[in-house]
Design a binder for this molecule. Structure first.
Ligand SMILES: Cc1cc2nc3c(=O)[nH]c(=O)nc-3n(C[C@H](O)[C@H](O)[C@H](O)COP(=O)(O)OP(=O)(O)OC[C@H]3O[C@@H](n4cnc5c(N)ncnc54)[C@H](O)[C@@H]3O)c2cc1C
Length: 427
């Protein structure tokens, strides 16, 4: 009881902290514009990937870099792809465009010349040797072979998955909307849906499918004994189980699907020997860190799980790559990996690069207790807000809109929801 009260007070304190973070986000670029001057041939701070980690690092760096430096953002997708809404938009139609947020709105307030944007894919990273400062180097674009030199590099390449509902898996908005509509049709046509994986994406997906189509059989198969076992408390696991069973989802815990082609047999076989009818398998497992670029340049810095091994300053563990930093889903951290954590890591990376330029001592990243806070949908109408500081859990029932928080994220990135003035708009 006391620990819950303490958590409530901490959560209230957090509102104040969020306010100061917001104020700093608004004021910093304005102040920076007063002093920053664009110069010919500036030194580059290259960022690979502009999702939560990279895009935020870009905003922070472009609002704080000294004259003589500029930020170069290299992102392969045409739009910011909002993962949070993918399970919902894989089931419910009419909102697909809201998952694709035009880029650059978030960078609108920064000084002229403080950044440049490259729509492309980095194929390799080369670290200079010889007399060049340790870790300095260049990135090579995959398609054109163009080389871009860097003084500092931020790797924010995130994670990859086999497709929906964890990642869109294609690079343009037009293609992405088609992929979402295709998934909606696949689910609509199915009778027996099996969802693999009881993390947040699996729970949300199973709840949405069952509530949208109560006549379908929906089974969630999870290999562990409780849902949401990675990084979340038992209270949330119980609430998720009750929510799904209340909707009529069959939840199989401590079970695995073994190989077998459900497209041919119309069923999946379980490790325990059981069989579940299945004409639509939705995989919410197998997300992998996208660390291939770093694995080639510094095998030392990649763990067995494929995550990038970083120092507390978020520089690569490898001393030879001290000018390379990493943040987001691609790094190894001892906490839940989500957008909140990615933003915090991006803050530290941006601060440290500016501090390194100025010859100051680097700061360290320590995961904050509130980074694991999350909102989880349990079907189309209900959701819960969850927070835990390790001693207590706070779970508050909330209602959610069909489009979820997509409008809020558009506004956060400096745009009017859902006004996309870029050329590529509709299917
Ligand atoms: C279904 C789902 C729901 C979620 N819901 C929430 C939630 O409610 N709250 C929350 O906080 N978190 C949530 N998360 C987690 C959150 O989405 C991730 O933690 C977050 O996206 C990580 O951001 P990131 O920047 O590290 O990487 P990613 O989002 O994986 O993005 C990596 C970026 O790098 C780019 N890239 C990769 N390689 C290259 C290259 N070679 N060249 C150029 N660009 C490249 C990619 O195109 C991409 O834009 C959810 C995740 C999923 C899957």
């Amino acid at each position: 009881m006391l620990s819950t009260l303490l958590l409530i007070f901490k959560a209230l304190g957090l509102t104040f902290k969020q306010l100061t973070i917001h104020l700093s986000l608004v004021l910093t670029p304005r102040l920076h514009r007063l002093t920053y001057r664009s110069v010919p041939h500036p030194k580059n701070i290259v960022i690979i990937g502009a999702s939560f980690a990279g895009y935020h690092a870009a905003r922070r760096l472009a609002s704080t870099v000294p004259t003589g430096y500029r930020v170069v953002i290299i992102e392969r997708n045409s739009h910011f792809q909002l993962t949070w809404v993918l399970p919902r938009f894989s089931v419910v139609g009419g909102h697909e465009h809201k998952a694709f947020i035009p880029y650059k709105g978030y960078l609108a307030p920064v000084a002229e010349g403080a950044y440049t944007w490259v729509n492309g894919s980095v194929g390799s990273v080369i670290v200079s040797d010889g007399d060049a400062p340790k870790g300095q180097g260049k990135v090579v674009l995959g398609e054109s072979g163009e080389e871009i030199e860097f003084e500092y590099l931020v790797v924010a390449t995130g994670a990859v998955a086999s497709g929906l509902p964890s990642r869109v898996g294609v690079m343009t908005k037009v293609e992405g909307m088609k992929v979402l509509v295709g998934e909606q049709e696949r689910i609509r046509a199915a009778r027996d849906v099996v969802v693999l994986g009881g993390g947040a994406a699996g729970v949300e997906m199973a709840g949405d499918v069952k509530e949208r189509y109560p006549e379908k059989n929906v089974t969630l198969v999870h290999s562990r004994e409780r849902l949401l076992n990675r990084g979340y408390g038992e209270g949330l696991s119980r609430r998720a189980l009750e929510g799904l069973e209340g909707l009529g989802v069959t939840v199989l815990l401590g079970e695995r699907v073994v190989d077998g082609d459900h497209n041919l047999t119309g069923e999946v076989r379980l490790k325990s020997g059981g069989v579940v009818k299945c004409d639509c398998l939705v995989k919410c497992v197998g997300q992998r860190p996208n660390s291939g670029l770093v694995a080639k340049v510094s095998p030392l810095s990649v763990t067995e799980s494929g995550h990038i091994r970083v120092r507390p300053s978020l520089q690569l563990a490898d001393e030879a790559c001290s000018r390379i930093y990493a943040a987001g889903d691609v790094i190894e951290v001892n906490t839940v990996q989500n957008a909140r954590g990615a933003l915090q890591q991006a803050e530290v990376v941006a601060r440290n690069i500016v501090r390194a330029i100025k010859g100051k001592r680097l700061v360290v990243y320590r995961p904050n207790w509130w980074e694991s806070a999350t909102k989880l949908t349990l079907g189309l109408k209900k959701s819960v807000m969850y927070m835990s500081d390790g001693s207590a859990e706070l779970i508050v029932s909330t209602k959610s809109k069909e489009e979820l928080d997509s409008a809020r994220v558009w506004k956060y990135f400096g745009l009017k929801p859902f006004n996309d003035t870029s050329k590529e708009k509709t299917i």
